[in-house]
Ligand binder design. Structure first.
Ligand SMILES: *[C@@H]1O[C@H](CO)[C@@H](O)[C@H](O)[C@H]1NC(C)=O
Ligand SMILES: *[C@@H]1O[C@H](CO)[C@@H](O)[C@H](O)[C@H]1NC(C)=O
Ligand SMILES: *[C@@H]1O[C@H](CO)[C@@H](O)[C@H](O)[C@H]1NC(C)=O
Ligand SMILES: *[C@@H]1O[C@H](CO)[C@@H](O)[C@H](O)[C@H]1NC(C)=O
Ligand SMILES: *[C@@H]1O[C@H](CO)[C@@H](O)[C@H](O)[C@H]1NC(C)=O
Ligand SMILES: *[C@@H]1O[C@H](CO)[C@@H](O)[C@H](O)[C@H]1NC(C)=O
Length: 259
């Protein structure tokens, strides 16, 4: 029992020692890890803020979680921030930290007026998963159907008198990927955010949730810290506070002795 009082769990600590709850607050940050991950040029790219698990590749690797590296190229005015997924460049349109969602679109789709080449999206499933509101837009390029399947909509910018192209939007897995393939040159499933017309849906991109084991970071951010990663101790939830590194949060309980 006494052991427990001397080394209280964080909940005990919160309840019993509330008046002693402190927040590390040096007016001038003295922690080099905190300073390195707080430089204005690695915290922003265009209008987007960048924090853990993401980091710009220019910042030290301990500022983000491995696999969540971003590139910032301010010469690209529309979407300066990009991420590589499955070897492809994706523009980052928005990041919602509390919802754990990043909205991305294949850079090629963003730049073209009428996409002609499609790829099946791929990414590391231990880093990302599709957001719940994503739909599947399946495209069929250059098709010759005896009878046009009624569920499909024509893609006018990809159709001419000889060849027609079509799309269909499904919630969940593409139900059409395996059908009609013999009749079409190309088919692919493209994740999209919303059911809109073809070109708008393509440019709107889709949402990805990042791994929920990284959720702890909000607590650190809310306490004024920056979340970090330690290569030699990857399981540690390090919070870089302005004065020193702590676990999870910059709020801490003053060590007191009952003896
Ligand atoms: C980005 O961070 C700044 C403070 O550094 C804040 O004022 C601003 O609202 C943030 N922007 C977004 C889109 O979260
Ligand atoms: C996408 O995946 C489907 C099903 O695996 C395949 O039939 C199709 O050829 C792929 N499309 C591309 C462009 O790779
Ligand atoms: C999240 O990451 C952890 C550690 O890398 C991994 O074990 C886990 O499978 C991931 N979660 C998902 C849903 O992939
Ligand atoms: C129609 O599709 C065929 C087969 O893919 C292709 O060889 C031909 O160039 C296309 N014609 C036009 C006008 O796009
Ligand atoms: C789209 O369909 C493919 C193939 O069925 C599936 O692998 C993928 O997870 C689906 N994407 C979304 C956003 O549901
Ligand atoms: C990572 O952990 C090691 C071993 O505990 C420690 O020596 C090192 O300073 C830590 N690095 C960071 C960036 O916290």
């Amino acid at each position: 029992m006494l052991q427990r009082l001397w080394y209280p769990s964080s909940l005990c600590c919160l309840l019993l020692l509330l008046p002693l709850l402190l927040r590390s607050s040096a007016s001038v940050p003295t922690n080099p890890d905190y300073v390195a991950c707080s430089e204005p040029e690695v915290l922003h790219c265009g209008k987007l803020n960048i924090t853990y698990p993401f980091r710009l590749i220019e910042s030290p690797d301990y500022c983000g979680y491995p696999g969540y590296e971003l590139n910032c190229n301010l010469d690209e005015e529309v979407a300066p921030l990009t991420i590589k997924l499955g070897g492809e460049d994706y523009a980052v349109l928005n990041i919602f930290y509390r919802e754990r969602v990043v909205v991305v679109v294949n850079s090629y789709l963003l730049k073209t007026d009428c996409p002609r080449n499609f790829i099946n999206t791929s990414f590391n499933p231990s880093l990302f998963s599709y957001a719940s509101y994503d739909s599947n837009l399946t495209v069929y390029v250059n098709c010759i159907f005896q009878i046009m399947p009624p569920q499909l909509s024509e893609i006018f910018c990809l159709s001419n008198s000889l060849n027609k192209s079509y799309y269909k939007v499904d919630k969940g897995p593409s139900t059409f990927l395996d059908n009609f393939q013999g009749s079409c040159d190309q088919t692919a499933a493209v994740p999209v955010y919303a059911k809109q017309d073809f070109v708008a849906a393509m440019k709107g991109g889709f949402g990805l949730n990042w791994n929920d084991s990284l959720d702890w970071c909000q607590e650190c951010m809310d306490s004024g810290g920056r979340c970090g990663y330690n290569m030699t101790r990857p399981e540690d939830q390090i919070c870089f506070c302005s004065d020193t590194n702590r676990l999870r949060s910059c709020f801490y309980c003053k060590q007191i002795s009952f003896s």
